[in-house]
Write a protein that binds this ligand. Structure first.
Ligand code: CA
Length: 226
C-alpha cells in the first residue's frame, strides 16, 4: 500500500490523520519539521506528502519549493487560513490539493486516495505519437526529439492532452488534471498555461499548432497539426 508522509507540528492533528489513513490501509510516517521532511523524502521517498503550511522551522510553501527541486511526489497542503489558499492555488507552488483546517480526517483520506488514483494511470500511459515522447519519471516531454522546458503545470496539461488525441478538454477538466479546484475561478489560468506551452512548441516547429482551441469548449491535441 502507498506510504504517506505527514508533516504537521500539531500532534493532535497528526494523530487523527494517522488514524484515518491507517484505517484505509496506508502506511504513515509523521514528522513535525519541514527540513526533516525534505531529508526523509530524499532517503525514503513517500508516495504522497501531507504538508502543513504553518511549520515551526521553514513554512510548508518553502518546504514544497525545495521539495520540487528533487521530487515530483504529490503534495496535499493543510492550511489554517483561507488566505493561504490563494497562494496554494494562485502560485505555481506545485500543490496537488489542499484542505482548510478544521477538516475531517476521512475527507483528507478520501482526497489522498483521489490524488493517488489520478497519478497512477498516467505514469504508465504510452503516448501513441512518435512526435511527442512523455517521460513521467523525469517529468519530461520531448517534441520532435527536443526536450521541452516545461513547468510542472505545463507538463501535466500537455500530458493530459496527449493521452487522448482529438478529445476536447474543457478548462474545468484541465484544471482537474492539474489538481486545482475548478470552482476557485482559476479557469483563465489554463489559457495562460496553454499560451506558454504553445510558445515552447513553436520554438521547436514554428508552423505547427498541435494544441487546438475550440471556442467555448476548450482545448485538444490534434496530431494532424503537429
Ligand atoms: Ca502548524
Amino acid at each position: 500500500m502507498p506510504h504517506i508522509l505527514i508533516v504537521e507540528d500539531e500532534a493532535a492533528i497528526a494523530d487523527t490523520l494517522i488514524f484515518a489513513l491507517q484505517g484505509e490501509g496506508f502506511g504513515t510516517t509523521w514528522l513535525s519539521l519541514g527540513a526533516a521532511a525534505l531529508e526523509h523524502q530524499r532517503q525514503t521517498p513517500a508516495d504522497l506528502i501531507i504538508l502543513d503550511i504553518g511549520l515551526p522551522d521553514i513554512s510548508g510553501f518553502e518546504t514544497c519549493k525545495q521539495l520540487r527541486r528533487f521530487s515530483e511526489v504529490p503534495v496535499l497542503f493543510l492550511s489554517a487560513r483561507d488566505a493561504e489558499i490563494d497562494r496554494v492555488v494562485g502560485l505555481e507552488i506545485g500543490a496537488d490539493d489542499y484542505v482548510v483546517k478544521p477538516f475531517s480526517p476521512r475527507e483528507v483520506a478520501a482526497r489522498v486516495k483521489a490524488i493517488l488514483k489520478r497519478m497512477a494511470p498516467r505514469a504508465s500511459v504510452d503516448v501513441a505519437s512518435a512526435l511527442f515522447r512523455v517521460d513521467p519519471e523525469r517529468v519530461q516531454i520531448s517534441y520532435r526529439g527536443q526536450p521541452l522546458s516545461l513547468t510542472r503545470h505545463e507538463f501535466r496539461l500537455l500530458q493530459c492532452l496527449l493521452e487522448q488525441p482529438e478529445r476536447v478538454f474543457s478548462r474545468e477538466q484541465l484544471l482537474d488534471a492539474l489538481g486545482v479546484a475548478a470552482d476557485a475561478g482559476y479557469e483563465r489560468s489554463i489559457d495562460s498555461h496553454i499560451k506558454s506551452v504553445r510558445a515552447k512548441l513553436r520554438l521547436v516547429r514554428a508552423e505547427a499548432e498541435p494544441i487546438q482551441t475550440h471556442r467555448g469548449l476548450g482545448y485538444s491535441y490534434s496530431p494532424g497539426h503537429s
